[in-house]
Design a protein around this ligand. Sequence first.
Ligand SMILES: Cc1cc2nc3c(=O)[nH]c(=O)nc-3n(C[C@H](O)[C@H](O)[C@H](O)COP(=O)(O)O)c2cc1C
Length: 185
Amino acid sequence: MIQELIVSTQNKAGVTHLAPMGIHLNGDDIIILPFRPSTTLNNLLETNTAVLNYCDDVRVFAGCLTGRRDFALMPAEKIHGAVLACTLAHTEVELVRIEDDELRPKLFCKAVHTVNHAPFMGFNRAQYAVLEAAILISRLKMLPLEKIESEIDYLRIGLEKTAGDKEREAWGWLMAVIDEHKAQL
Ligand SMILES: Cc1cc2nc3c(=O)[nH]c(=O)nc-3n(C[C@H](O)[C@H](O)[C@H](O)COP(=O)(O)O)c2cc1C
């Protein structure tokens, strides 16, 4: 199973980096798969630790893809690291081993500490729409414009029916990036 969440890592100087990642869960294995080049990869290799933030505020996903990474943080409890203040829960992990690859290495991690902060309040289609749109934005230069536009048109249906303020704000950030991309074509 792949869980979409926010990975926070720190370099040796203690500078925190946030990145949305699809984490593969296989039994007790937690596998982070960053595409090279990646700050998340560099930080994990430097410090051997990361925090997995289970976050339903999709502005963090859209924000990381649109140059907004100034989300409030708090210290991790058992490792040197930072936790997203708005996360519903988090797991602090340590790197156990690496399967190297020139494109997308596999970083096998183990959980050392998990904390719940707030209840999960149910699924929301607009949150799904923002996540999917954020993934499209991360591949903007690789995908044909017609594919992006047709997928966005579909995602907009669920968004318009079910979004709250946070989802609308995140969607707006992503659509601005697509507009900018179109203007440069
Ligand atoms: C929902 C979602 C899942 C993503 N999953 C991955 C992933 O598994 N691996 C990856 O390298 N990038 C993934 N991305 C794109 C990264 O978040 C983005 O490219 C980021 O800048 C990663 O590089 P970094 O470690 O240098 O920040 C994902 C983006 C989204 C929106």
